[in-house]
Design a protein around this ligand. Structure first.
Ligand code: NAD
Ligand code: UD1
Length: 348
């Protein structure tokens, strides 16, 4: 059985689906602070099975001990965390408490229970403003400019230290580039509870006429069309990377770092025009100055994951956008049909 913390969230729910599709038993532990029980029902819709679910906080050591005592857990995929950069600047302690403190508590409970295989949701943000492209795992980690990025880097340090002190650990640090897209069925995807900061969720809400205009942050970057370039990776490809990492870690003690990206960068304007091409929906734009903390270019060298894990992202940008739009349309139809929305934080 695999414990997926944060498994009701965007990435964790796709990891849960992929694990269940290959026949694994999945137990999700989530405090639903940025998700809802609706995600569990959607996982069941997609897979035909309900995952196990514990409504709990990763900072609650007592509950974690009970979970490890009561369930035959072989490994943990640790996706639970807070991820909004702006919020992390306003509430740094909450971010450190969850992303660092919560990870420490989880690892302590794992070690005491003798569960020593861990896959962690890290981020390309740990590379800071690395200018060498593509970014390989050997690039030094930088100085993330915000508490969110710092908390991810600190959690990585924690896991490195603990694995150095105890050879029973097998830890995979997965540095995600820019996950977008949704499950092919259109029934599972990202469900932002606040005004989105990231490009794709914002673009989808503009395309859905929930917001008037997509602001393009910066048109004077040293890139072909002046807008920022990122490595967008399909969330299902990303989820598959977790499965490969879990397999690899069976035979590989120590800490392993893998970039999960496609190795291809796309500018903001390329994303918008690909979206318009794929969906036939026009996205109104306004051109704004650069967003603080943004880098001009960021894309992965994913060759280590290819060599060691046999993992490569298979889905292209058009597929990511098509799948994301299918999910957005499904959500909109649900809202219209039911006249209600399952909000996060309600625990319902
Ligand atoms: P998400 O917010 O959709 O999912 C995170 C889940 O963790 C949510 O369901 C939330 O309720 C849960 N959670 C938060 N704090 C918790 C706590 N204290 N106890 C239990 N559950 C808790 O975010 P996501 O996009 O699925 O991201 C998953 C992980 O991947 C995060 O750690 C994030 O930092 C990391 N990451 C995400 C991205 C991205 O672009 N989405 C990029 C790089 C890294
Ligand atoms: C952001 C975070 C990063 C985090 C990642 C995943 C910042 C500075 N960085 O990365 O720490 O790990 O999300 O959660 O917030 N853009 C627009 N208009 C928008 C939104 C974005 O033009 O409304 C542009 C950005 O300037 C950037 C690109 O789109 O060039 C991608 O932005 P985004 O989706 O926010 O991801 P990152 O900036 O890579």
């Amino acid at each position: 059985m695999i414990l997926v913390t944060g498994g009701a969230g965007y990435i964790g729910s796709h990891v849960a689906v992929e694990l269940m599709a290959q026949g694994d038993e999945v137990l999700i532990l989530d405090n639903l602070c940025n998700s809802s029980r609706g995600a569990l029902e959607r996982i069941a819709q997609v897979t035909g099975r309900m995952p196990g679910f514990i409504y709990a906080d990763i900072r609650n050591r007592r509950v974690l001990d009970t979970v490890f005592r009561d369930y035959p857990i072989d490994a943990v995929v640790h996706c639970a965390g807070l991820k909004a950069v702006g919020e992390s600047v306003r509430e740094p302690l909450r971010y450190y408490a969850t992303n660092v403190g919560g990870s420490v508590t989880l690892c302590q409970a794992m070690a005491d229970a003798g569960v020593m295989r861990l896959v962690f949701s890290s981020s390309a943000t740990v590379y800071g403003d690395c200018t060498q492209m593509p970014i390989a795992e050997t690039c030094p980690t930088g100085q993330p400019t915000n508490p969110y990025g710092q908390s991810k880097l600190m959690a990585e340090h924690v896991m490195r230290s603990m694995a150095a002190s105890d050879p029973r650990w097998s830890v995979g640090l997965l540095r995600y580039f820019n996950p977008i897209g949704a499950h092919r069925s259109g029934q599972l995807g990202e469900m932002p509870s606040q005004t989105p900061n990231n490009l794709l969720p914002y673009l989808l809400q503009v395309a859905n006429r929930e917001r008037a205009v997509l602001r393009v942050f910066g048109t004077d970057y040293p890139t072909a069309d002046g807008t920022g370039i990122r490595d967008y990776v399909h969330v299902l490809d990303l989820a598959e990377g977790h499965l490969r990492a879990l397999d690899y870690l069976r035979q590989a003690p120590g800490v392993h770092v893998w970039n999960l990206g496609t190795g291809r960068g796309h500018s903001v304007l390329e994303v918008v025009s690909a979206f318009e091409r794929v969906t036939g929906v026009t996205v109104p734009l306004s051109f704004e100055s650069r967003r603080a903390g943004d880098v001009a270019r960021c894309w992965a060298d994913p060759s280590k994951a290819a060599q060691q894990l046999g993992w490569t992202a298979r889905r292209d940008l058009e597929c990511m956008l098509e799948d994301a739009w299918r999910w957005q349309c499904y959500l909109a139809a649900q809202v219209e049909a039911q006249g209600l929305f399952q909000l996060p934080n309600t625990g319902r």
